[in-house]
Ligand binder design. Structure first.
Ligand code: AMP
Length: 594
């Protein structure tokens, strides 16, 4: 399963082809693209596809900068997704149109391959309202969709994940501040795995000092500039997006390397640019630590975050009060080699770890694309109807007659889905050492072995310890006394808690890629209490109809009612060597997005 990732920037196209183990098979980039002169984005895409001609491609992931608040996760691309990306193009005119160009191009060239959009905004889409809301007239904000969207989400999420791996702690137990410092720069408060705050706002202009962007500016200044007549909207855009930040401050360059050199040579504006950059970043770290009530680690990524030891040192100055102890030597000597993901630059006993992570948006996009396209494959297989079995018993002729009288026959009340199976009018009482349960259904037809199936809660009511068993396997199970209108029977064994299972025909099994006696997981998603049932036994027979059986406790746990259904997730590698345990989450996303 090879995944092509296309990352279209405002003047660049980066691409990489990953195999299923996230190894890069091929990669490249085209820079300084322009729609007016020289090479265009379309030229770059044409070259890219020529270059990749000899490779197998199975899925394509596209970085999409702006998905607004509509997308909370990577999403398979269809017409609805395309029109949403189009709609957000006005808010991201330097990015979304190029992503669309690439999407349309790949759809034309590879009509049968799945295309997945991975959004920069998605990671932030569930930010708390208090963080995403600007304090302006609420009606105006609603009408114009003025809220904090946040960007660089793919990078922040990736960096947070790498940091959690290093710390050997689940991401959802950590409070991190991730600093993506490159030509574009943003900070993110990653609180227990989610973006709780981020410095880029409604557009990627807000927040930190960037290569050419100003970051935070008092809005009053902008009104003043407009009022002065010297600026209109176009020239203001140019000022703030292209001639500010490190470039505007230093008057030298947007590249920190040039500025650091000039500063070392005594250039005052270069020194000021560095100071303003570091101060702003430090201020955000402190603010986010306060917003989260503490931090476990600070994570640097992006061209500056990964490479400028002196900038990292400056930013971390004065943060000792938070428990940050930088190891100056490690910081200065840290170089992330090509094949390494991270370097740790804090003292071993520092309460807050400081980690440098090599950003890898393409890898993150490949990972998500593989997950989602695998999920799509699973989403195409049928849903499994779920039937809830209330406590019931299967009886032998001998036991039935002992309970209901010699010569008695079960009488059908209503048929069940599985052929020839029916619920009887007859009912029995279960007598346990602790308590009794009356009016338990008998199911027909009669069998060769007595078997009474109850839920865990029933066991406790009866006061017995029934093992979880496959139907029919009652040897050594719990004893129970049955009471009928004509007599009672003490079963030495036969009381079980039935193991959840799915009945299916060979054709279903083929479609699901499973066989008789396999164990699978079934997810019940989308309701109020989503649940994944593990250890579900597959039972295949020509006469079966597709149906999963669970007991009342299990149904209650997932709050399932009539007409419930589940999705299958295959625990083992499937026939074409593809997905492994990828189905659930991907399926969930798919369900949410459709
Ligand atoms: P990015 O946008 O993430 O590719 O970051 C690009 C920026 O990283 C460049 O414009 C430089 O300012 C900065 N950068 C890259 N390497 C270094 C370095 N060795 N020292 C200082 N800054 C660097």
């Amino acid at each position: 399963m090879n995944t092509l990732v296309i990352n279209c920037g405002s003047s660049s196209v980066k691409y990489a082809l990953f195999d299923a183990n996230e190894l890069v098979l091929h990669k490249g980039k085209r820079e300084r693209l322009s729609s007016d002169e020289g090479k265009s984005h379309q030229d770059a895409l044409n070259e890219l596809f020529n270059e990749l001609d000899s490779f197998d491609i199975h899925a394509i992931g596209h970085r999409v900068v702006h998905g607004g608040d509509a997308f909370r996760a990577p999403t398979p691309i269809d017409d609805t997704v395309i029109s949403a990306i189009e709609q957000w193009s006005a808010a991201a005119p330097m990015h979304n149109p190029y992503a669309l160009m690439a999407i349309r191009d790949t759809q034309k060239r590879f009509p049968s391959l799945p295309n997945v959009a991975v959004f920069d905004t998605a990671f932030h889409a569930r930010m708390p309202r208090r963080a995403s809301t600007y304090a302006i007239d609420h009606d105006v904000a609603t009408r114009h969709n003025i809220r904090r969207f946040g960007f660089h989400g793919i990078s922040h999420e990736y960096a947070a994940g790498v940091a959690a791996n290093f710390l050997k702690r689940p991401l959802d137990t950590l409070r991190l501040v991730t600093l993506h410092l490159g030509n574009g720069a943003s900070a993110c408060a990653v609180e227990y795995g989610r973006s709780a705050e981020t410095s880029m706002g409604n557009t990627p202009l807000e927040g930190l000092v960037m290569g050419t962007r100003s970051g935070d500016v008092d809005a009053g200044v902008l009104m003043g500039l407009l009022q002065s007549g010297e600026y209109d909207v176009t020239s203001l855009n140019k000022l703030l997006n292209h001639n500010s930040g490190l470039k505007g401050l230093s008057g030298i360059s947007n590249d920190l390397r040039d500025i650091e050199q000039a500063a070392a040579d005594g250039n005052d504006r270069a020194q000021m640019a560095i100071n303003v950059f570091a101060h702003r970043a430090r201020k955000y770290v402190g603010a986010y630590a306060a917003a989260m009530g503490g931090i476990d680690a600070i994570v640097f990524t992006g061209g500056i975050g990964e490479n400028s030891a002196s900038m990292r040192e400056r930013i971390l100055q004065r943060l000792e009060f938070l428990g940050v102890q930088l190891d100056l030597d490690r910081n200065r000597s840290s170089k992330i080699a090509n094949d390494e993901e991270y370097a740790v630059i804090s003292e071993p006993h520092s309460r807050v770890d400081v980690i440098v992570v090599k950003t890898n948006e393409e890898r993150m996009i490949a990972r998500e694309t593989l997950r989602i396209s695998a999920g799509e494959k699973i989403a195409e297989v049928p849903r499994i109807p779920i039937a809830v079995s209330a406590r019931h018993c299967h009886l032998t002729k001998e036991t039935f007659e002992a309970l209901f009288g010699a010569g008695a026959e079960p009488t059908m009340d209503k048929p069940l889905l599985q052929p020839r199976q029916f619920a009887c009018k007859e009912r029995v009482n279960l007598i346990g050492p602790r308590n009794r349960i009356d009016n338990v259904r008998v199911l027909g037809p009669l069998r060769s072995v007595d078997q009474v199936e109850v839920a865990r809660t029933d066991e406790f009511r009866l006061g017995v310890d029934a093992p979880v068993r496959d139907s029919g396997k009652v040897a050594g199970s719990a004893p129970i006394t049955l009471e009928g209108p004509q007599g009672s029977v003490k079963l030495k064994e036969g009381l079980i808690c039935a193991r959840r299972h799915i009945h299916m025909q060979p054709e279903d099994a083929r479609q699901f890629g499973v066989k008789d006696k396999d164990e699978v997981s079934v997810s019940v998603l989308g309701g109020e209490r989503s649940l994944i049932f593990g250890d579900v036994l597959v039972r295949v027979k020509d006469s079966y109809l597709l149906e999963m059986h669970i007991d009342t406790d299990e149904a209650n746990a997932a709050e399932l009612g009539r007409g419930a259904s589940g999705g299958l997730s295959i625990d083992d590698i499937d026939d074409d060597g593809g997905v492994k345990q990828l189905g659930e989450a991907a399926y969930h996303q798919r369900e949410k997005s459709t």
